[in-house]
Design a protein around this ligand. Structure first.
Ligand code: 1AE
Length: 398
């Protein structure tokens, strides 16, 4: 069936969930807050939303009892784009009390109208030459107010430390000291000189109307990937970039601003829907999200479900999950246990804060990854790996 099924968490003091669900199914489709005399017309019925299930969850909250409700919305009601779908299933409803949109399920026909990642997990492995292990990513840090020479030093150290992908900090925008074009050229030159297969994700920033031209220019100059603050722009902007054949490099979705939509316990979107399923549909090759144990921690179940939605079988290629924030080498075993081989270990402070600098930080991470893959403890590996030992002394392990 060509439809979208929305799953909600509803909360109600009286527990009148059936009535509430019917009200949503009608109100978001053919109905209104008051009786409409012509509502019964036959041609309107095919546009009505249908309540598929209502199940109490047993939750007792400040907003009353909780229930999970599924409602199907006919595809005839909306155009095949995320703005139309999101307004249909959660438009005014998102403003109407304690209700959370947990999941969206699209028929395959409809899902195929969205691009999904151009490269996905396998494509990124080919581009980095990294197989059989989680990839290692790091982030330029402390670059604001510094010049290209400083960036070059940081980039060389990160690449020499064995890092597969280096990304801009999401807060680094176009500026006179480190302009977009110069950063792209630097990335290309340093990576080529290293002889390694690595990627540099430059922050594609600026006004929405200028993004495509900027991306084309970046690609002309040798950009190998783009970082994109998708939640500051909107998912449809990501989709516009991802489905453009001339934007022939991977796109990395950064979660900045997403917490404003996802972090409330009884309102907004679920994290896994936004950062797992929807960014993948819209075309992100990587999705960054807070890990459960770093400096900006996400609840473990939400982080795991985000990774699952990024990777699960679908009509689209899988998106690389990147659990991030406050990551250091001592967390590699737990990251590997939770997120497995098809994930990316991403660290800014945990690379640059290493007493031997970013090169030592990179090495410490690679030593930790090798140890975990070999079934050894970090403490065992640290006996013969100095950089790892120093990192564990500084940050400990989990
Ligand atoms: C959740 C995104 C993490 C990110 O972009 C970032 O800059 C992390 O930095 P560190 O690793 O916490 O220093």
């Amino acid at each position: 069936m060509n439809e979208v099924i929305a799953t909600y968490r509803l909360f109600d003091q009286k527990g009148a969930f059936e009535k509430k669900a019917e009200g949503i199914a009608l109100g978001l489709t053919i109905g209104s807050w008051t009786d409409l005399p012509l509502l019964e017309q036959e041609q309107l019925k095919q546009h009505k939303g249908h309540v598929l299930s209502v199940q109490e969850t047993g939750e007792e909250t400040v907003y009353g009892r909780g229930a999970e409700v599924k409602i199907a919305y006919p595809a005839a009601n909306f155009s095949a784009d995320l703005p139309a779908i999101l307004v249909t299933v959660f438009g005014k409803l998102s403003l109407d009390g304690a209700v959370q949109l947990v999941d969206l399920s699209l028929s395959d026909d409809l899902a195929r109208r969205f691009p999904g990642p151009k490269f996905g997990v396998e494509g990124i492995r080919e581009q980095t030459g990294a197989y059989g292990r989680p990839l290692l990513m790091s982030i330029f840090k402390g670059v604001i107010g510094r010049d290209m020479a400083y960036m070059e030093e940081q980039l060389r150290a990160q690449i020499a430390g064995g890092i597969d992908i280096v990304k801009d900090d999401e807060i680094l925008f176009d500026n006179p000291l480190t302009p977009f074009e110069e950063r792209v050229k630097l990335g290309k030159r340093v990576i080529e000189q290293s002889g390694r297969k690595a990627l540099y994700a430059v922050n594609l920033s600026g006004r929405t109307s200028e993004l495509k031209e900027k991306a084309y220019r970046g690609i002309e100059l040798g950009a190998s990937a783009f970082l994109f603050n998708v939640f500051a722009y909107g998912l449809d902007v990501l989709q516009e970039l991802a489905e453009d054949p001339k934007i022939s490099v991977p796109i990395m979705a950064h979660p900045a601003v997403s917490g404003a939509f996802t972090s409330a316990p009884y309102h907004g979107f679920s994290t896994e829907l936004m950062l797992g399923k929807l960014v993948r549909m819209a075309g992100a090759d990587f999705t960054l999200f807070p890990s459960p144990y770093g400096s900006v921690a996400l609840e473990r179940s939400a982080a795991l479900q985000t990774a699952e939605m990024a990777l699960q079988t679908s009509v689209h290629k899988p998106t690389f999950p990147v659990p991030s924030a406050g990551i250091h080498p001592g967390l590699v075993p737990v990251l590997y246990e939770d997120f497995g081989k098809d994930s990316i270990i991403n660290a800014g402070g945990g690379v640059h804060g290493h007493p031997s600098g970013a090169e030592g930080g990179g090495r410490a991470f690679r030593q930790a990854i090798d140890a975990v893959l070999a079934g050894r403890t970090l403490e065992q590996a640290a006996e013969e790996n100095e950089e790892l030992r120093v990192a564990l002394d500084l940050w400990g392990s989990k």
